[in-house]
Design a protein around this ligand. Sequence first.
Ligand code: ZN
Length: 160
Amino acid sequence: MRERLRNAIEDALNALYKKLGCRALFGGPIGPEEVLGRIGTEALGEYGRFDFASMPVMPGVSPNSFSVTSAVITPLGTRQVPDGFGGSMGVTSTVQIMINSTSGSFVSGSDTDRAVTILHELGHAFNMINALGGAPGIVSDARNVSLSEGNTKRIKDACF
Ligand SMILES: [Zn+2]
């Protein structure tokens, strides 16, 4: 699994370096290659970390379909910053990207599928970590299969 993760990150980085349209899915002042390199694969990095977990297949969903959850992303915690109006607000600075070790792209997908999963979750990281300024090409898709598949299709078209 760790080997597959390293290869997938490598393939995702190559796509970001080679295709301007791929890079354009991610906005903000900090490049997606730089952010991806600072999400730890063994320990917590500046922007978070990758982990593995067994996630059950939802009833009625085929284990080999694109609807299977390949990874989920959650904030690792928030910290309080001034809101500019004399108060404070919570911002997310690190995330956990949990790779499904039961089914999905890291179990039964291709190298490209895994790189797409990495870029998909990286897009959510851009939208979740306040300092990164958002990813215009990736929409929030929690529990919404068609929005999630739309994100995946945009990444495939732009990056591979
Ligand atoms: Zn998603």
